[in-house]
Write a protein that binds this ligand. Structure first.
Ligand code: BES
Ligand code: ZN
Ligand code: ZN
Length: 483
């Protein structure tokens, strides 16, 4: 999907369709040429009004915001993609500075037009491939073409990285094994001189005593992989490490998931996939930080050699873990990956995981949780990621919840003794593997809700959403600006 800033007025642009955003249900604005028709159809400025004869589409976007623009562009795309239309024009609606505004246009177009049709026999290439943005301005300010083009460039990178993640998460578990994730990481490094990749196999994991990670893998026909990607620009200002849960399939293990809950568990690799996509984006955006992705890739399967409820695992850090439920496997993989990642001496370490169903119950499908020991860092992440439109809620650990992950026979249990507060007790479990010096430099993002979309919302289709790739890239961009 190509988005172009034209430096022409709406009238000057020769396009096959015209899209007008109705802001705040305001039908009085000069951009609205069909007030009479609207009255006839009782259109009140909400939803779409498609006028085929005059080749105009009105899209009610509510209050003007960056997120409203992303969704508005996506709605326009969806309304016109089935018609015999190759392009449409739309005015500039400044919802922030020029760069942010045009990023939103490009993201709405790139994210909204994404399709996972690899397994469809009847693929229809989209005819609608171009959006022309006019310099006409809703609020009558002058738009800088230079900034508009920069915004379009950044926005295209954001969408491309999120879509890169969607393609991986949507890929089926038969194809997408830990080895495949490793080869994709290698291919990414090969395609980009600024990115380096190291792959570690099961022998290395055994040498490193990553027994919690290995236990999860044991009943799988596919060997595990620890994947390390890095992007190291000259004069990097800080070292930031992303750690990702990469369960290419989570059957639950011997504590087997019921059939309905197992469905969609190809998406349990979303955290690791996001880490890979963030490295791709960091390089494309030339961010001034040294950034690492540490990805723990394995399946969680059943079999005669499966790890069992009742087992005790000695993790890489030496902390012993009582296994009470093999479906709480993500925290086991992350325990060893977090331990490994701290050897990189991060200034900031962020893990990302589709970790708990409890997080989805608590926050809903649209919001990820931010956990950690530093309220300041949690709030900063939320504030600096906000412009991405992705939703986050900080959750707070407390000492009562800490009691719940105690074990009678080991240092910690992989499941809490209460079924309440499951997102937080999983975060508290991870905290046991964060050394004192990194306690306040660590964030845990539980992305179990937004990572995979069961019913389309916003600019997200059914399937993977690419969360939290853009949120993290926005966070990093904002952090860079602060310095
Ligand atoms: N991968 C799941 C969490 C999940 C659930 C992600 C739904 C996305 C949607 C995770 O490994 C899991 O199964 N967690 C258990 C933990 C429990 C056994 C303590 C859960 O949430 O039920
Ligand atoms: Zn699980
Ligand atoms: Zn899982």
């Amino acid at each position: 999907m190509k988005v172009t800033f034209t430096n022409k007025t709406m009238g000057e642009i020769d396009a096959q369709f015209e899209v007008i955003f109705v802001v705040d249900k305001n039908l009085e604005h000069e951009f609205i040429a069909d007030a009479e028709t609207m009255a006839r159809f009782e259109y009140k400025g909400e939803g779409n009004l498609l006028l085929l004869e005059s080749r105009r589409l009105y899209v009610g976007i509510g209050k003007l915001s960056l997120e409203a623009l992303r969704i508005g562009i996506c709605k326009a795309y969806n309304a016109l993609k089935g018609l015999n239309v190759a392009n449409f024009k739309v005015a500039t609606y400044l919802a922030g500075d020029e760069i942010s505004t045009f990023m939103a246009y490009a993201e709405g177009a790139g994210l909204g037009s994404y399709e996972f049709d690899r397994y469809k026999s009847d693929k229809k290439p989209a005819l609608l491939t171009e959006i022309l943005v006019a310099k006409d301005e809703f609020s009558k300010k002058t738009v800088s073409a230079k900034k508009a083009n920069l915004g379009l460039e950044y926005g295209a990178i954001m969408a491309e990285c999120a879509n890169f993640a969607k393609d991986i998460v949507n890929e089926i578990p038969e194809i997408y094994t830990p080895e495949r994730m490793a080869s994709d990481a290698q291919a990414l490094a090969k395609s980009d001189k600024q990115i380096k990749c190291e792959i570690f196999d099961e022998k290395y994991l055994a040498k490193e005593k990553m027994n919690a990670f290995l236990a999860v893998n044991r009943a799988s026909a596919h060997p595990p992989r620890l994947i390390h990607l890095s992007y190291k620009p000259k004069d990097a200002k800080r070292r930031i490490v992303f750690v990702g849960k990469g369960l290419t399939y989570d059957s639950g293990g011997l504590s087997l998931k019921p059939g309905d809950s197992m469905l969609t568990m190809k998406s349990d690799k979303s955290g690791a996939t996001a880490a890979m996509a963030i490295i791709k984006g960091a390089s494309a955006l030339n961010l001034p930080f040294e950034i690492h992705a540490v990805m723990g890739a394995t399946e969680n399967m059943i079999g005669g050699n499966a790890y069992k409820p009742d087992d005790v695992l000695i993790s890489r850090s030496g902390v012993t873990i009582e296994v009470r439920n093999t479906d709480a496997e993500g925290r086991l993989v992350l325990a060893d990956c977090l331990s490994w990642a701290q050897e990189l001496k991060p200034d900031l370490m962020i893990d990302m995981a589709t970790l708990t169903g409890a997080c989805v119950v608590g926050l809903g499908e649209y919001t990820s949780a931010i956990m950690g020991n530093s309220d300041e860092l949690k709030n900063r992440f939320k504030a600096l990621a906000k412009e991405s439109g992705e939703l986050f809620t900080p959750l707070d650990f407390n000492d009562h919840l800490r009691e719940l992950v105690k074990s009678q026979i080991a240092d910690v249990s992989n499941t809490a003794s209460s079924r309440y507060g499951g997102a937080l007790t999983a975060g508290i479990f991870l905290d046991k593997f964060v050394k004192d010096e990194y306690k306040d430099k660590w964030l845990h993002l539980d992305i179990a809700g937004p990572a995979y979309v069961q019913k389309a919302w916003g600019y997200n289709q059914y399937g993977a959403s690419g969360a939290p790739v853009r949120a993290c890239l926005y966070f990093l961009r904002a952090l860079a600006k602060e310095m």
